[in-house]
Ligand binder design. Sequence first.
Ligand code: NAP
Ligand code: 8YV
Length: 313
Amino acid sequence: MTAEILMLGRMLPSVMEALDAAYTVHRLWEAPDRAAMLADVGPRIRGVATDGHLGLPGDVMEACPGLEIASSYGVGYDAIDIDACRARGIRVTNTPDVLNDAVAEMALGLMLSLCRRIPQADAYVRAGKWVSEGNFGLTGELTGRKVGILGLGRIGKEIARRCQAMKMQVVYHGRTEQVHEPYPFYADLEAMARDVDWLVVIAPGSASTKGIVSRAVLEALGPDGALVNVARGSLVDEAALVDCLASGKIGGAGLDVFEAEPKVPEALFGMDNVVLQPHQGSATHKTRAAMGDLVVKNLAAHFAGLPLLTPVA
Ligand code: NAP
Ligand code: 8YV
């Protein structure tokens, strides 16, 4: 008998086809009545396919007492209560490593866009202003500047390598010094922010990182400093960020992630010193295919009694 699984949201066609071929798949997002579907199929569900935003909500956990595994499309699992999963014996998998390059590219893209004012210069050309008003004007440059990475993990290390290629000085902050890494370590985030031109945030969302980029950290970064966040909105005090950008207490921001996605503080829309992205860090054809493949393979490994490829719990 094929196992019954619950998909919480739409995924790539290749993923949906692979799951449909192997399991009886129930599509929760298509249900006209979510509670009714959960009550109906929940007792038979053995696996869940989810993503970093949808996580594993409490109503799904409650409705699926026989749930064995949640396979998540994304490396960040802050939307899943891992302790509750462990307590219920639910295994959890994510999609680490395959997205490192794409997310690192996005971080550098935001830095280059902000520093070289690429969106503004593009708009300038399109508006015919190069002809009517002459040259666009001068911009900053990444070369020779100092970047502090908050979270020198799998993605942070790829960002660091790319910053070195831009001839930047790299330093980092984390809970633990990584003695075999070549970059200077700061035990204190505020002290690092004071010393750098760019603060790049790429640590996981968690209780220990909530609001870690506080008003004090932003003020330490200062009027010539810029923030790039490709991690989670929860790491940054967003109200303080908006305030610091508006008052010139920090120089600029490149943001891929926000506190209440897809809602973005409207105050940011009118700011010239900000570049915004709708959480696109891993959103390339190549990377999303590799992430989807891991979602499918982790479920397959579980139901075949084989070791999970990328277990979290
Ligand atoms: P990772 O390999 O686990 O690295 C995380 C790093 O953060 C580690 O170096 C860790 O160092 C540091 N860290 C953890 N807790 C900390 C704390 N309380 N204070 C300071 N540093 C802390 O994770 P990853 O694979 O690089 O992914 C990082 C995060 O990026 C994900 O969790 C996800 O939220 C986000 N992400 C975003 C996108 C996007 O589309 N924008 C895509 C992928 C991932 P220590 O243990 O030494 O503290
Ligand atoms: C995805 C992410 O946008 O991997 C993560 O943690 O934030 C991104 O890769 C997300 O998980 C897909 O839903």
